[in-house]
Design a protein around this ligand. Structure first.
Ligand SMILES: [Zn+2]
Length: 384
């Protein structure tokens, strides 16, 4: 018997209790599908939304839940394949990601590697409204409905037929962790056997431990709390050691403990999955000089500019340090000066001072006072 009404949980706003509501089972046109939910995780983002941290207006009341895995129970005739071209049928197991790039906005077209920053994504912001059911999101419901004609950016991904839906519901958060390691790889800064420190032992931290190992990490150390269940699970996932932040309560103590475990010059890669703004500066100290830090733990846009470390994550940035140069870089400087000797007023940078006590004193003094751009001491003027 076909279920006429579909039960969904909605929230009226931050801090509200969930309400069980019923929406009419939608008709399913040609390019649409109705998906019965088998499992849907609770994400840190959901918790942020329910704590009122989402920086933009949300169309309350709505249904949360975006880590969903389900089964197609009804679909239109035109919907024959998933985003990757895999055939879809009634009975196919599928997942839907929460942020689906439109594929056609300026960002998607010109910066495809940052299509996660799509200007018009299919997301909560495109939610159709509870009063206009059938609605798209979310997964804390008996079913979700997707219509690819209404929202062409919608993407369905087929799960293997024999994949349990519980396992499939982890595919969205795990993908975030895979991308964080890939960010280091695409920067050329992650190599087989590298030592990785994962900050944070929530679901993203735990999944990052698995992703790092699958992608070549030699050693993984996790920093988080509490011991039960999180640190124990981190070790069960393959972290060789865990550092309990409830036991090591200061940054100094945690840095010392991590560096003691890692040994050598420090970690090659730190993945911040913690969601705490102070974790970034602390995590940098886990690294060896020349190491790599990937910030993935903070989603919110709130906070003052000067303390807005999480903007590195929210903007999907590459923030690179550059300390002086290596021996192989120096000929570049010589060559560039020689090649471009007539193209810039190099000589105008330089204010010359004689090689006397007074001359050196003036050279330094005027530089400190910002009266010169490049004070330059000339012991033998005839050499110039
Ligand atoms: Zn787009």
């Amino acid at each position: 018997m076909v279920q006429e009404m579909i039960r969904v949980t909605t929230f009226d706003g931050p801090a509200a209790d969930p309400v069980m509501r019923e929406v009419a089972r939608p008709d399913v046109p040609a390019n649409a599908a109705l998906i019965q939910i088998g499992a849907c995780g609770v994400c840190g983002t959901d918790l942020h939304i329910l704590k009122g941290h989402w920086p933009k207006p949300l169309p309350w009341p709505f249904t949360l839940g975006h880590e969903l895995a389900g089964v197609i129970v009804e679909k239109g005739t035109s919907l024959t394949a998933d985003f990757m071209g895999k055939p879809l049928e009634v009975g196919s197991k599928v997942m839907l990601p929460p942020l689906m790039p439109c594929g056609s906005c300026d960002y998607c077209v010109h910066y495809p590697e940052n299509a996660n920053k799509c200007l018009t994504p299919v997301y909560y912001g495109r939610y159709l409204g509870f009063d206009k059911a059938p609605h798209l999101w979310g997964g804390w419901a008996e079913h979700v409905y997707v219509d690819l004609d209404m929202l062409p950016g919608t993407k369905i991904y087929k799960l293997p037929d024999d994949m349990p839906l519980l396992l499939g519901s982890l595919s969205e958060p795990l993908t975030s962790c895979i991308r964080s390691v890939n960010r280091a790889i695409e920067a050329g800064r992650f190599r087989w056997g590298d030592t990785v420190v994962v900050q944070g032992t929530g679901p993203i931290g735990i999944l990052a431990i698995a992703a790092a190992q699958e992608m070549g990490a030699g050693r993984v150390i996790a920093v988080g709390a509490p011991e039960e269940p999180r640190l124990r699970l981190a070790r069960a996932f393959g972290a060789e050691a865990t550092v309990d932040i409830e036991e090591h309560v200061t940054s100094e103590a945690r840095i010392a403990r991590v560096r003691d475990i890692v040994g050598g010059y420090g970690a090659d890669l730190v993945l911040d999955c913690s969601g705490h703004p102070s974790a970034g500066p602390e995590g940098i100290e886990f690294l060896r000089d020349g190491g790599t830090f990937v910030e993935m733990g903070q989603f919110t846009d709130a906070g003052a500019i000067e303390t807005n470390w999480h903007r590195i994550c929210a903007k999907d940035l590459n923030v690179l340090g550059s300390w002086a140069f290596t021996a192989n870089d120096l000929p570049l400087g010589v060559d560039m000066l020689y090649r471009a000797r007539d193209r810039y007023p190099w000589r105008e940078m330089q204010t010359l001072f004689p090689f006397t006590v007074e001359g050196v004193k003036d050279a330094v003094g005027q530089a400190m006072a910002m009266k010169t751009v490049k004070s330059t001491i000339v012991p033998f003027e005839e050499l110039l």
